[in-house]
Design a protein around this ligand. Structure first.
Ligand SMILES: [Mn+2]
Length: 325
């Protein structure tokens, strides 16, 4: 144990690269892990006093857009969910790595890919740390089920997997999920786009949501204070930060697939990562939905890719202890 970091055995960081794009429909989001690494991710991590442990990569070989949509059991015909088998297999592999990392009490950084991959990183961490708290930073609710989803894309459903709402669909490729998040283990921040039926589902489940309206009302400092009150109600617990880059306003992070205006500004985005880091309880982070392709397909937008990759790198830095003063 380290005095400042009570849930870690050492300042060792295991990196999981998850170049997975099947949870949505735009090619390119799978290129983010290698581009983040090319732009100095590992050097930055080392410069903040962390040693790099295991660096692994989920094999993207089978993750092509060539398989038919779903192989659902008969009772699920007609309900929409795309690539459950492929994504279930990829997430199972990620979960094994995340579980091993949690077992040795190291930090786990998982790079997407789209937001479906965190069913693996968080689901795996929960196998080892069932009391894990999760701060979910996103423009969207990510709470859809095959019934409420307008698109069938799994990147809009990860929280219904992680809270156990998906259990009733008996999707075999996700049957390795064993521990689920309860209400007091989950807080959403930055939300501003929820599908109509998804909203009803979120309300009936009772999820703690700090939408952009609460960010306006309390300021980001007030929001994070309230978030920690919920998560640490019964004392400190290990925390996982799931950072969807689309939570940040498109002005600061334009290269992402589902842009929604009115998001976190540059400092609000950083403050979330800094304040979670300051608790000393952070044990894992996901950085997802950076799509470098959306910038560089059009040379006029090359700058979009650069600023998005840059803020992604910086947010990891803030979460790992980088401070202004
Ligand atoms: Mn998301």
């Amino acid at each position: 144990m380290i005095p400042d970091l009570p849930f870690l055995n050492s300042k060792t960081l295991n990196l999981i690269q998850a170049p997975v794009a099947l949870g949505q429909t735009l090619e390119g989001v799978d290129e983010a892990p290698s581009i983040l690494i090319q732009n100095g991710l590992l050097e930055q991590i080392s410069s903040l006093g962390w040693s790099i442990g295991q660096v692994s990569e989920v094999d993207p070989h089978d993750l092509k857009w060539n398989s038919p949509v779903g192989n659902l059991p008969a009772h699920q015909q007609g309900q929409k969910i795309k690539f459950p088998n492929e994504l279930g297999d990829a997430c199972r592999e990620i979960a094994g790595l995340a579980r091993d990392s949690a077992k040795e009490k190291s930090f786990t950084l998982t790079l997407g890919g789209d937001h479906s991959i965190v069913i693996g990183s968080i689901g795996g961490a929960l196998l080892e740390r069932p009391d894990l708290g999760v701060i979910w930073v996103d423009a969207h609710g990510d709470f859809n089920t095959p019934e409420t989803s307008p698109s069938g894309n799994i990147h809009g459903m990860p929280l219904s997997f992680l809270t156990g709402l998906m259990q009733r669909y008996q999707i075999k490729s996700f049957d390795w999920l064993k521990n689920f998040l309860t209400r007091d283990q989950l807080v959403l921040v930055g939300i501003r786009s929820i599908d109509p039926e998804e909203r009803s589902l979120m309300k009936s489940w009772g999820v703690n949501v700090f939408s952009m309206t609460e960010v306006d009302r309390y300021g980001i400092g007030g929001v994070m204070e309230r978030a920690f009150e919920i998560l640490f109600k019964n004392g400190k617990r290990p925390i996982h930060l799931s950072y969807d880059i689309d939570s940040v306003d498109p002005h600061f992070a334009p290269s992402t697939g589902t842009r929604v205006r009115g998001g976190l500004n540059y400092r609000e985005a950083h403050y979330i990562a800094e304040s979670v880091s300051e608790t000393g309880a952070l044990v894992g982070m996901d950085l997802v939905e950076i799509n470098p392709r959306l910038g560089y397909v059009d040379p006029a937008h090359r700058g979009d890719t650069n600023v998005t990759v840059e803020i992604g790198l910086e947010l990891v830095g803030s979460a790992l202890g980088k401070r202004i003063y």
